[in-house]
Design a protein around this ligand. Structure first.
Ligand SMILES: C[S@@+](CC[C@H](N)C(=O)[O-])C[C@H]1O[C@@H](n2cnc3c(N)ncnc32)[C@H](O)[C@@H]1O
Length: 333
């Protein structure tokens, strides 16, 4: 006590304050400029609106948000690809920043990080497809290519991804090059309901958390069936319907939910991310204030946080799973 009293008001205290301020400054620099929230993703200072110009982000977000107040328009399937494209312009940078290069859930694996669990999930898809070097594989709804690179690297196969969003195409190509996988991984911008690929041209196909964006599920299954060679496999995970796959002509080899016990709750990652969300929200608000992040990015981040809360409720109440997995085969003849 006497020591504290004796040192109070001395230069040591001033040095302590300076030191603390320095530490805070280094911490802020580290969070904002140096490191993505999730390793290998985007940095906060790079957040934007995908292919949209800076000045278009806020308006596109408003347009996107109000779309859901017009259910009649949602009912028109033709409007969906444009809506999905806008959505991915708005969220792709934030996903990469906060989640990484793979935009999907995966079963929690004890002792493994989120990144490792994500890779294991992708390797599982490669193994279910029995991929071998030289096989040509379709990734329908490939995002920025996290799964594509993991699957190509693990199996030695050649992966062709398709995404509706041209910003994701650019991101995926750049990541492929950096990973030294650009000879093995190709990315095309297009609609997976009308793919620019010939009939019977792929040795395998998969889609991870992507077919949910098809207004009519049978249409995306049909299109994948068309481009797959007879006798070959298609693995699809997220919201899937076995009966629809059968109607299209697929044989159903496996049908299970990777999120069911003994798997631990898939929404754990969303819940654990809450502190990070608040931190990230402050960072984005600050960057918007400085004019570094475009207006509207804060609203997009807010929307994603609400989505995470609803997804968590869906998981806790058992009414939703993001990991329903089907292994399908196109019959030989
Ligand atoms: C949740 S992300 C998943 C991406 C990737 N499979 C992954 O796990 O990282 C959904 C993806 O589906 C794509 N997508 C949605 N509708 C599409 C369509 N009609 N045609 C092509 N891609 C589409 C989106 O552009 C996005 O890349």
């Amino acid at each position: 006590m006497e020591v504290l009293e004796a040192t109070a008001g001395t230069p040591w205290m001033a040095w302590g304050v300076v030191g603390l301020a320095g530490l805070v400054a280094v911490g802020v620099y580290y969070v904002i400029f140096a490191v993505p929230a999730e390793q290998q993703g985007k940095r906060a200072v790079e957040l934007g609106g995908g292919s949209l110009g800076r000045e278009q982000v806020a308006d596109n977000y408003k347009e996107y948000a109000t779309f859901f107040e017009k259910p009649k328009e949602i009912e028109k399937a033709d409007n969906v690809p444009k809506l999905v494209d806008t959505f991915y312009n708005l969220v792709t940078d934030i996903y990469e920043w906060g989640w990484g290069q793979s935009f999907h859930f995966s079963p929690d694996v004890q002792g493994k990080s989120n990144r490792e669990a994500t890779r294991l999930h992708e390797v599982k898809v490669a193994e279910l497809l029995k991929l071998k070097p030289g096989m040509k594989v379709l990734d329908a709804g490939c995002g920025v290519g996290g799964p594509m690179r993991a699957i190509a690297a693990h199996s030695g196969s050649k992966v062709v991804g398709i995404t509706i969003n041209d910003y994701q195409v650019a991101r995926a190509r750049s990541h492929n090059k950096k990973a030294g996988l650009d000879q093995q991984c190709e990315v095309v911008c297009g609609d997976f309901l009308h793919m620019p690929f010939p009939d019977n041209s792929f040795d395998a196909a998969y889609s991870i958390e992507a077919t949910c964006h098809a207004p009519i599920l049978s249409e995306v299954y049909q299109e994948i069936y068309r481009v797959l060679k007879p006798g070959q496999l298609y693995v699809t995970s997220h919201i899937q319907i076995e009966e629809v796959a059968k109607e299209v002509g697929f044989e159903v080899l496996e049908n299970y939910d990777l999120a069911l016990p003994p798997a631990s709750p898939w929404w754990k990652r969303l819940k654990m991310g809450r502190v990070a969300w608040y931190r990230n929200h402050v960072v984005i608000a600050f960057l918007t204030f400085l004019g570094i992040a475009p207006q509207g990015v804060v609203d997009v981040h807010e929307m994603l946080f609400k989505t995470a809360a609803f997804l968590t409720k869906g998981g806790e109440t058992g009414i939703f799973t993001p990991m329903h997995l089907l292994v399908l085969r196109k019959p030989s003849e």
